[in-house]
Ligand binder design. Structure first.
Ligand code: 5AD
Ligand code: SF4
Length: 565
């Protein structure tokens, strides 16, 4: 039998949660090539410091007040507004200093890295992929579980040791913490062993150049203001995978769901959507650049609701999936996710559209029908269940029961035949009994997911669960239940994915396989990884696009000789 494809499901190794290091620089500025001596750097930095410390005028202050009235920022901590009109737009504050990013956590953080980079680049910073030549090291962090934060603390210790060593020979290296951990830990990060020079929360990246300049003066600088409006709509970071076939487009930020275990609403703030016109402009631009796949990003991506223009603000209440409810009062009006998906998918019929991460409550039938009808919206839905027990779901404040979730799955499978489903589950949440756990196992069996992301519960301060519930499942029981979930998941995914053997799939070719130069690697519409010999592409003329990085129709075969499913 001819070998064509290996399908590689993911289990408890959640690809969106592993550290992503050294995101490749994609822009190059003219100033990026200038080398500057440390003396020159110090003089210019001195000038900036004077500029900063001379501060805004009284007029700037009045202007700031007016701005803030429009820009309904709410202060969680810190004293700075994110508008600094007294700093000229094109002031070169970076002076070609090199900034090195390390990105941890979810895809949103990868996107945030590019936003932060766009902002710094405009202020004259260079980007480096080599830590040892960095003047500024910025860690884009995640707080979702204890382990994610521990990784950052360990990394900070290493970086500080490196910084101390370098002090003797180089200009001082500055260390910054960006994103969720900056938002959650604030003071602790600044105070504990003075490991950090700069802190910027997820809504404060525009303030980074100023924060870094303050840090140059030897002070710690922080801005962890959360905003009700910041979407970085005008920044447009272009997120290419190194091969350039795929891009991420952020469409909304924040989350209003307040699931009882989750820190995200506290670190990333309230839900807000980027105006539809700016999203469409970015997708058009990507299509013109030849990008073949766009993933729409947001914390609760399908809760998208653009109210930026008066005419969008009708009184239609948001339609939810049947049997689901929200913890907040239903919102009214706005351009909804189905409208956005419709418009985005019309831009380029050859461009695949995916979205992540959705909440199951926001799948009204019109979204499902659109996915089914529109050829370029992938038949792949992430449907985080979290638990199979209605009692645990209630404690989690998820807004649905096991039955409502299973009805939704049935509805999805009916409307989108062959849909590929993935999910997130948490094992050992507060009060989870052995019976609740068994119900989770049975739900995993009943649904039959292609891919899953499974976690042991990790208590987070500030959350409802922290204040009101008992983290009463012992660590070893959590671990055992997690392993049982993984094992059932694996069995079921093998069955579901085996169903693809013998089928013909449209593959978006991503490039050469890492394991063999004779093979290509790509993804099905359902987002399954496939590896197949190059010669098969030559043998089957493509319907559209060319190889590599084009769409190819391939038959899927199992292989005994290479790693099978
Ligand atoms: N402990 C364990 N897992 C969590 N998640 C979110 N918060 C926690 C927590 N406190 C998981 C959920 C979510 C995914 C992104 O991370 O499954 O869907
Ligand atoms: Fe966290 Fe729930 Fe919002 Fe997802 S939907 S980010 S789990 S609060």
């Amino acid at each position: 039998m001819k070998y064509l494809g290996i399908l590689k499901p993911l289990f408890n190794v959640p690809h969106q949660w592993i550290p992503v290091r050294c995101v490749q620089p994609r822009y190059c500025s003219k100033s990026a090539n200038t080398t500057v001596s440390s003396r020159e750097k110090r003089t210019t930095v001195g000038k900036f410091k004077n500029h900063i410390f001379s501060g805004p005028t009284f007029q700037d202050f009045i202007k700031g007040l007016n701005n803030n009235n429009h820009n309904k920022s709410f202060a969680v901590d810190g004293e700075h507004s994110d508008k600094h009109d007294y700093l000229p737009e094109h002031l070169d504050m970076g002076n070609s200093r090199k900034v090195y990013f390390e990105t941890y956590g979810c895809q949103m953080n990868v996107n945030d890295t590019e936003i932060a980079w766009s902002i710094l680049q405009k202020k004259g910073y260079q980007r480096t992929v080599y830590l040892n030549e960095a003047d500024v090291v910025l860690l884009v962090t995640c707080s979702i579980r204890e382990k994610a934060e521990q990784t950052i603390w360990n990394r900070l210790q290493q970086l500080t040791a490196m910084k101390k060593k370098r002090l003797k020979t180089h200009t001082p290296m500055k260390i910054g913490i960006l994103g969720c951990m900056a938002e959650r830990l604030k003071k602790e990060l600044l105070e504990r062993e003075k490991l950090v020079d700069v802190l910027a929360g997820p809504d404060a990246y525009r303030d980074l150049p100023r924060l870094l300049t303050v840090a140059d003066g030897g002070n710690q600088a922080s801005n962890v203001l959360l905003s009700l409006e910041e979407t970085y709509a005008d920044i447009m970071p272009v997120h290419h995978a190194p091969q350039g076939y795929s891009a991420f487009v952020s469409i909304m930020r924040g989350c209003d769901n307040m699931c009882s275990y989750c820190i995200v609403p506290f670190t990333r703030g309230r839900e807000r959507s980027r105006p539809v016109s700016s999203i469409l402009e970015e997708v058009r631009m990507l299509s013109d650049q030849g990008v073949k796949e766009v993933t729409l990003l947001g914390q609760n991506v399908n809760s998208y609701r653009d109210t930026s223009e008066q005419q969008f603000c009708g009184s239609d209440p948001t339609r939810l999936s049947r049997g689901f409810k929200t913890v907040y009062r239903l919102k009214q009006g706005g351009v909804r996710f189905s409208d956005l998906l419709d418009q985005v998918s019309r831009i380029d019929p050859d461009m695949r559209i995916r979205f992540t991460s959705p909440h199951p409550k926001d799948f009204p039938d019109e979204v499902l029908h659109l996915i089914a009808e529109r050829g370029n919206i992938c038949n792949q839905i992430h449907l985080p269940a979290q638990s199979g027990s209605s009692q645990v779901l209630k404690a989690m404040r998820r807004g649905y029961t096991r039955e409502a979730y299973l009805d939704l799955v049935k509805n999805i499978k009916q409307i989108i035949p062959g849909v590929s489903l993935s999910s997130d589950f948490i094992s050992g949440f507060c009060g989870e009994s052995e019976d609740d756990h068994q119900q989770t196992l049975s739900l995993i069996r009943e649904v039959g997911y292609n891919v899953g992301f499974l976690f042991a519960y990790s208590m987070r301060k500030k959350t409802h669960a922290f204040h009101q519930l008992q983290d009463d499942v012992p660590a070893e029981v959590k671990q055992r239940r997690l392993e049982e979930c993984i094992s059932v998941f694996r069995e079921e995914a093998v069955k579901v994915n085996s169903g693809l053997i013998g089928s013909t799939q449209l593959i978006l070719v991503e490039g050469e396989s890492k394991r063999s130069a004779e093979d290509l690697c790509g993804r099905t519409d359902g987002n399954m990884k496939v590896i197949f010999p190059k010669e098969d592409v030559a043998a089957q003329p493509a319907e559209s696009g060319t190889c590599p990085n084009g769409h190819e129709k391939m038959s899927i075969y199992a292989s005994k000789s290479k790693n099978s499913i």
